[in-house]
Design a binder for this molecule. Structure first.
Ligand SMILES: [Mg+2]
Ligand SMILES: [Zn+2]
Length: 188
């Protein structure tokens, strides 16, 4: 009798602003006081934690590069996020940040795939071609496409509540109004 092989791990990449917490249009979430969860976000993370073998946040924070977000404050925001996630029994395996400006031409600012690629490079047990990217902006869907080109696959899941004209014509494999709608759709 042969035993079935272990399920190969894969990674759910999540954007942060506009997916987990409320995006501040025209500004940045600079401190924990400006951090506000979107309705159902923590519940969604709890559901997704039971389903996805790995969950990694990939977020552009050029406010750091512009000197508008202090790195200490960004650390505090993410420490608080990880604490809240633990309290509800959810899990985030890593948070990867691009602090650069467009003009830095770094490899990690989305839509470039560097944030995901660098994490995958040190987590070799994860099958990169089974990646899923969930985000609320064209750059997230672009990152998914660029990641797929580099690794062989990445599903594009767009969080779109219909209020952002920037996402109207954006190509995606799936669309959901909130992260919780996505979580409820994919989990048993
Ligand atoms: Mg976003
Ligand atoms: Zn970068």
């Amino acid at each position: 009798m042969t035993s079935s092989p272990p399920r190969e791990p894969w990674c759910l990449f999540l954007d942060r602003d506009g997916v987990i917490n409320r995006r501040i249009v025209g500004d940045y979430v600079r401190t924990t006081r400006q951090w506000e969860y979107l309705p159902g976000a923590l519940q969604a993370l709890r559901l997704l934690s039971e389903w996805a073998p790995r969950i990694v946040i990939v977020t552009n924070q050029r406010g750091v590069g512009r000197g508008l977000i202090a790195e200490d404050d960004l650390d505090r925001i993410h420490t608080r996020l990880l604490e809240d996630v633990a309290i509800v029994g959810a899990r985030i395996d890593a948070i990867r940040v691009c602090p650069h400006l467009e003009t830095d031409e770094c490899p990690c600012r989305k839509p470039r795939p560097g944030l995901a690629l660098s994490w995958l490079a040190v987590n070799r047990e994860v099958n990169p071609a089974r990646s899923v990217m969930v985000g609320d902006s064209p750059s997230d869907m672009g990152m998914a496409q660029n990641l797929a080109a580099a690794t062989g696959g990445c599903l594009r899941v767009l969080i779109d509540d219909g209020s952002d004209p920037a996402t109207t014509g954006v190509d995606a494999d799936f669309r959901f109004p909130t992260l919780l709608d996505y979580a409820r759709d994919v989990t048993p």
